[in-house]
Design a protein around this ligand. Structure first.
Ligand code: CU
Length: 117
């Protein structure tokens, strides 16, 4: 009976290992696919003005102007705060709450858009 028990358990063990390995490969594939999108603030514009992202991607704003800017969600869901020249702000796009129009609170004509595939 004891040896029968071992024979019954082994297939389950191997299936379990297979699931763990497959899961690991899947999570690796997901993190490898995540991209970083850089948006420059220059000439009182966001460049590019629109970024198309996937959930899990990161957007990085870099202030290339000689004056402070912000990147602030239209609905206030996220806000870089004041960004001096050379400052960077990163946002991980976790869900659709983070997408849509955003502005620089100092310069209302500075408008950007985050769209999700
Ligand atoms: Cu600005």
């Amino acid at each position: 009976m004891a040896s029968l028990g071992v024979k019954v358990m082994r297939p389950g063990l191997w299936i379990g290992l297979g699931v763990m390995i497959a899961g690991g490969v899947l999570s690796l594939a997901t993190s490898a696919a995540a991209e970083t999108h850089v948006v420059e603030m220059r000439g009182f514009e966001f460049f590019p003005a629109e970024v198309n992202v996937a959930i899990g991607d990161t957007i990085v704003w870099v202030n290339k102007d000689v004056v402070p800017h912000t990147a602030t969600a239209g609905d206030g869901a996220w806000d870089s705060g004041l960004m001096e020249t050379g400052d960077e702000f990163s946002l991980v796009v976790e869900d659709t709450v983070n997408v849509g129009d955003y502005v620089c609170t100092f310069h209302p004509t500075m408008v950007g858009v985050i769209s999700v595939d």
